[in-house]
Design a protein around this ligand. Structure first.
Ligand SMILES: [Ca+2]
Ligand SMILES: [Ca+2]
Ligand SMILES: [Ca+2]
Length: 506
């Protein structure tokens, strides 16, 4: 592993190019601090920590007077260090980093890092596990796709399954959503990988072509019976006769490596354009205070809401599961652009009684007749049923020196990770900012004071345009705070998708 010290400008030293770009953008974009309707979020304080140089080395625009800056410094300032894990073989097209997770695969007590590379080997895919605690670039195991047919996308998702076999080590769950099953294209498969034992293949009880079974995976005691279940999402599976709204199937492991099917969750209310529902494209667990699952969270990115044909819903299935969701969450905001949806829940993270949902295609209302299309945001739902108040809207303009523009795609990635302040997990929102000359963004909000202005961190300058793909976090390097792991699967010269993984250490 190779520590990298990103170039940082000295604190307080203005960057004329950046300042000029900001001024130009201010003319054409929303002003920072305007608030979206229904968000319940106070405008961020004016001014900021100009004298402190912001965070990540970003200077303020020259409109800030030094006196103002000296008086007001509410902005969180963070300067994480970076560590890069490159693709060991540097093969273009590998999509190394499309998925990541932390687990103790070999059971030695040290956390290891699993990285999916779904594009490798002619899109058969592969998974790498880098061994902790050193996490050296040259200390890993490569696990090739189990099925040797083309384009299975083995490694599309990787998840820590916990201990499923009673032997030391966490099992690694791997999705291969485009694998052929029973001769059906893209029926998909899921795998349980054991360190030092043969993998176990799981397929749908009702395989269908283009079901993409294995799009997502998660494990936990979802039935409350003291037995871990493996939930597998199939975003294109039949949810009702003739409707491909998506499905989630549950399994558990029995003796002798047998896989037992369990409950099936179907998209409760797909849109008429059912192929767009994508129920089960992502699976997230809300843990309780002891780390046991209390809710299984299943977004349906384009399910209809009362206001919109494709507004998107996030379904919450309480543990022990039943076949119907306990409730569903939607964005409180209107969005203007018909036919595209908000992509609510394209990315999610949860801690007890908190759910952070990215909505990168969300249009954002600003003063004037038109909205900022696809500016994007993230929504923080809080409370036992995530309904304590209207969800807090996280926007790039929460930072006093930032604005949002059309097609920023803020909320392309999110995380609830313990990075700053007290041990309350903090809020992280990633933005692509494709059309913003001021660049890609990582905003970090103190989880204890989410209304305070966030820290602004720039990703590495040579990151790809879609840098936050395989996001995970945890105690990866011994001691200190959690590491924030960002898989940049499209990274490479000319974005050739060899991919890499960047560890942010706070
Ligand atoms: Ca280990
Ligand atoms: Ca085990
Ligand atoms: Ca914290």
């Amino acid at each position: 592993m190779f520590p990298v010290n990103p170039t940082r400008r000295p604190a307080g030293r203005a960057n004329p190019l950046r300042a000029l770009a900001l001024m130009l953008l201010l003319a054409g974009c929303s002003g920072g601090g305007s608030n979206a309707p229904g968000g319940g979020d106070p405008p961020p304080p004016p001014g900021g920590s100009g004298g402190a140089g912001g965070s990540g080395g970003d200077p303020p625009p020259p409109t800030e007077s030094p006196a103002d800056s000296a008086e007001q410094s509410p902005t969180l300032s963070l300067a994480p260090s970076f560590t890069i894990i490159d693709h060991p073989y540097q093969n273009p097209g590998s999509d190394f980093g499309v998925s990541t997770c932390i687990l103790d695969f070999d059971g030695d007590g040290h956390a290891d890092l699993a990285v999916g590379a779904e594009g490798e080997d002619g899109m058969r895919g592969a998974v790498y596990v880098f061994w902790g605690p050193e996490l050296r670039q040259d200390s890993f195991v490569r696990i090739p796709a189990v099925a040797q047919e083309m384009a299975g996308l083995f490694g599309h998702d990787v998840r820590n399954g916990g201990d499923l076999d009673g032997l030391p080590g966490d099992e690694l769950l791997v999705g291969a959503p485009e694998e052929r099953t029973d001769g059906l294209d893209s029926a998909g498969a899921a795998y349980v990988l054991f360190e030092g034992a043969a993998p176990l293949r799981i397929v749908s009880c009702e395989p269908e072509d283009e079901a993409w079974f294995g799009t997502s995976l998660v494990a936990g005691d979802f039935e409350g019976r003291g037995v871990s279940q493996i939930a597998v999402g199939a975003r294109g599976a039949t949810s009702a006769p003739g409707v491909r709204g998506g499905r989630v199937e549950l399994f558990h492991l029995g003796p002798f490596g047998l896989v037992h099917p369990g409950r099936v969750l179907s998209n409760p209310n797909p849109s008429t354009d059912a192929s767009n529902g994508n129920f089960g494209r992502l699976l997230v667990v809300e843990p309780d205070a002891h780390g046991e699952p209390q809710n299984l969270i299943v977004p349906a990115l384009a399910n209809p809401t009362p206001e919109h044909g494709d507004g998107g819903l996030v379904y919450v299935f309480s543990v022990p599961l039943s076949s119907t969701p306990s409730f569903a969450l939607q964005s409180p905001l209107l969005h203007w652009e018909a036919g595209t949806g908000t992509r609510l829940g394209m990315v999610l993270d949860a801690t007890p009684h908190r759910l952070l949902a990215g909505a990168p295609r969300h249009d954002i209302e600003v003063a004037g007749p038109t909205a900022l299309e696809n500016a994007g945001c993230a929504l923080l739902f809080e409370g036992p049923e995530f309904d304590l108040a209207p969800p807090r809207v996280l926007r790039r303009s929460d930072h006093p020196f930032e604005v949002e523009c059309t097609l920023d795609l803020n909320g392309y990635g999110v995380a609830l990770a313990e990075l700053v302040g007290s041990d309350v997990p903090d809020l992280v929102m990633f933005g692509l900012n494709i059309h913003s000359k001021h660049g890609m963004s990582i905003l970090v909000y103190d989880g204890e004071i989410p209304s305070a202005a966030p820290a602004f961190i720039q990703p590495l300058p040579d990151s790809s345009g879609h840098f936050p793909e395989g996001i995970c976090h945890g105690q990866l390097v011994p001691g200190g705070r959690e590491e924030l792991v960002v898989g940049d699967a499209r990274y490479g010269p000319g974005e050739d998708r060899r991919g890499r993984v960047v560890l942010f250490q706070f």
